[in-house]
Design a binder for this molecule. Structure first.
Ligand SMILES: NC(=O)c1ccc[n+]([C@@H]2O[C@H](COP(=O)([O-])OP(=O)(O)OC[C@H]3O[C@@H](n4cnc5c(N)ncnc54)[C@H](O)[C@@H]3O)[C@@H](O)[C@H]2O)c1
Length: 330
């Protein structure tokens, strides 16, 4: 049984609390949050103790921590928890700074403790099935990947200002999906970004709409499209074109009813946002972490994977600013 401390009782921390306590091989024993009432509320729901992050990390009876705190705390908490002998599952991104994330990797490696990064989309059953089909060679050699990832509505500008920007905060998931589905990392990145959804996002120095093209050493290509606004819901689609065919993963809809009348044919909207769309993926992600931590097998998504995605986000941020193609420095 993995005894787990959850750091951060915010939006995603609440999802993880459900999965930690719902898993037969893990037990949620403590919850922390700098906002103590939030930790107390969440801990009370699951019969856990509310305490500080420092106390969880110092507790020798806790074997693993899940870091679901604000992004700017991730590297520090990974380092402290691994130094204290705990396995760590940390939310994306590893850090806002690539340099800081690399220092964190060195410290975590020195501790010998396993670290997994929360790229939940790898555990989405649709995307995992698409990857399995590609790995079996069912579409021959994959040549062109297209990822569409649109949020239903932009977050408040106060969030944008501390998010690290669209490429580090949002497209980081797509960078990881591209690495997962293409089986290797791109060499070159070109990015175009704009703030057409909300000019205030532009005034805060960020973009809300972006397209990235990536090229691989053998000439393959991937395209990522992101927008902070899709009025019809959370649009998450994958298309992989290969030498022998095409694989597509479509949106999850609110229901499967298709209405056909003289006016036309219509169906329900995509599910609203990540909490609705990826709930099964978060549970499977946690299950994979628990299995790797208890059985001492390799983590299915590593800290190195998190750093690769961050290096791609930094390259895209630079490319969008300069208008130049950037060779990614992993
Ligand atoms: N994988 C995903 O799909 C996904 C989805 C949402 C958020 N995230 C990531 O999860 C992290 C949290 O995002 P959120 O939306 O839950 O934010 P949030 O603001 O709702 O929650 C973060 C919580 O962390 C607390 N906190 C900050 N520093 C702390 C510390 N040192 N110790 C304990 N608590 C601390 C804050 O008080 C807050 O309650 C971010 O890094 C975000 O990028 C990932």
């Amino acid at each position: 049984m993995l005894k787990v401390g959850l750091l951060g009782a915010g939006r995603i921390g609440q999802v993880h609390a459900v999965n930690i306590s719902g898993n037969l091989r893990s037990d949620l024993v403590a919850v922390s949050d700098v906002n103590m009432p939030a930790a107390e509320d969440l801990a009370a729901k699951f019969g856990a103790q509310a305490t500080s992050s420092e106390a969880i990390i110092a507790d020798p009876s806790i074997n693993a921590v899940l870091v679901a705190t604000s992004t700017d705390t991730h590297s520090d908490l990974i380092e402290a928890a691994t130094a204290a002998g705990k396995a760590v599952l940390c939310e994306k991104p590893v850090d806002l700074s690539l340099e800081r994330a690399k220092a964190c990797l060195a410290a975590a490696n020195a501790s010998g403790q396993p670290v997994m990064i929360g790229f939940n989309r790898r555990f989405d059953p649709n995307f995992a099935a698409l990857k399995a089909s590609s790995l079996k060679g069912e579409i021959g050699k994959s040549e062109l990947l297209s990822l569409t990832s649109f949020d239903p509505a932009p977050p408040p500008v106060s969030y944008i200002k501390v998010s690290g920007g669209l490429f580090r905060d949002m497209m980081i998931h797509d960078f990881d999906m591209a690495n997962f589905l293409m089986g290797e990392r791109p060499v070159t990145i070109r990015a175009v970004g704009s703030s057409v959804v909300d000019p205030e996002i532009g005034e805060a120095g960020d973009v809300d709409t972006a397209v990235v093209t990536m090229t691989y050493k053998d000439g393959r290509i991937a395209v990522i499209k992101n927008s902070r606004r899709a009025v019809y819901g959370y649009d998450q689609r994958v298309e992989l074109l290969g030498s022998d065919g095409l694989l597509q993963a479509q949106n999850m809809l609110e229901n499967t009813v298709v209405k056909s009348t003289v006016a036309g044919v219509s169906s329900a909207k995509p599910t609203y946002f990540f909490l609705e769309r990826y709930m099964p993926a978060y549970a499977l992600e946690w299950e994979a972490f628990v299995a790797a931590a208890l059985d001492r097998t390799e983590m299915p998504v590593t800290l190195e994977d998190g750093i690769a995605a961050l290096a791609m986000a930094e390259a895209a941020t630079t490319s969008a600013k300069t208008g130049e193609a950037v060779t990614v420095a992993y």
